[in-house]
Design a protein around this ligand. Structure first.
Ligand SMILES: Cc1cc2nc3c(=O)[nH]c(=O)nc-3n(C[C@H](O)[C@H](O)[C@H](O)COP(=O)(O)O)c2cc1C
Length: 271
């Protein structure tokens, strides 16, 4: 069996988590497919039932990122899959059920799923440094269980029922409701994603390289907010901290989020 790590991870916590999971898969060939760049999502990746795909995606109550493009470029043929979702210590909502349903419609068999916590990419003080050593131990152990169940026993059945994890806060539900407009993508109106590049920008292009939608024009210091998915990779990766979010409403929502979700949550595994 070959193991394929397929992930979309603007800020790196999803990538780190799927890599931790594979640490236990000793002796197997591991191939990575990083779907961050628009070019990587133009390629078609076909998998057989001798492959094991570990798919990692970040969540915002539902999957976010270029979700439809990710699923459009992967095709299984009764291919076993392990689904991995990352969220920022708030809530993961319908992300697991959504990932399973989308994967199955593309020919995959969801054998195991895990939801893990990653440093919040908008308010970095929430879940700071996660996945940490404690998370890693759980991820490595999850990999061991996947190895025994899926690789050795070839048991592709998912026995446990998936959970849906919401927060009760109405403010976040208001944000979530924007997604109904565009149910396939986490989509906020451009006016909520406004950003600014300050004079400390040295035009090193780090933000451009990490933007999953080519939405940054560094010469003009401008953003194409229609294609921006609000992942914050540009803000987090900038070595000069030159990029800031400028929408007051969103800044307030995110400050509220940071206050509300301070209690440490732990990963959940479904097999
Ligand atoms: C636009 C956006 C929306 C998010 N919404 C949520 C959310 O609703 N709940 C939550 O717990 N974390 C949320 N997060 C945090 C991310 O899910 C989390 O930081 C994740 O680890 C990021 O993955 P990455 O490091 O692979 O980019 C959101 C992040 C972004 C950028």
């Amino acid at each position: 069996m070959k193991v394929h790590l397929v992930y979309f991870s603007p800020n790196g916590t999803t990538r780190k988590s799927v890599r931790n999971i594979t640490e236990s898969l000793v002796g197997l060939e591991i191939i990575e497919h990083d779907l961050l760049s628009p070019a990587s999502r133009k390629t078609k990746y076909n998998f057989t039932n001798d492959d094991l795909v570990i798919l990692g995606l970040p969540t915002a109550g539902m999957l976010y990122g270029k979700v439809s493009e990710v699923f459009n470029c992967i095709e299984g043929s009764n291919t076993p899959m392990v689904g991995v979702a990352l969220y920022g210590n708030g809530y993961y909502g319908v992300a697991l059920t959504e990932m399973k349903q989308k994967a199955e419609s593309k020919g995959f068999i969801m054998c195991a799923m895990g939801v893990f916590i990653g440093q919040h990419s908008i308010r970095n003080q929430v879940a700071a440094g996660r996945p940490d050593d404690k998370d890693k131990a759980i991820q490595v152990d999850f990999g061991k269980k996947v190895y025994e169940k899926v690789v050795i026993k070839k048991d592709f059945r998912l026995y446990q029922e998936l959970k849906v994890g919401w927060s009760s806060s109405e403010k976040f539900n208001e944000i979530i409701s924007h997604r109904i407009v565009c149910p396939d993508e986490y989509s906020l109106p451009p006016s909520l994603k406004t950003k600014e590049i300050s004079m400390s920008c040295i035009q090193c292009n780090t933000c451009v390289k990490h933007c999953p939608t080519n939405a940054i024009n560094i010469e003009e210091k401008s953003f194409d907010l229609e294609s921006c998915i609000g992942c914050n990779a540009c803000i987090n990766r900038c070595p000069k901290r030159a990029i800031t979010m400028t929408n007051d409403y969103m800044n307030q929502v995110n400050d509220d989020f940071a206050l509300q979700f301070q209690t440490r949550l732990e990963p959940e595994i479904f097999m």
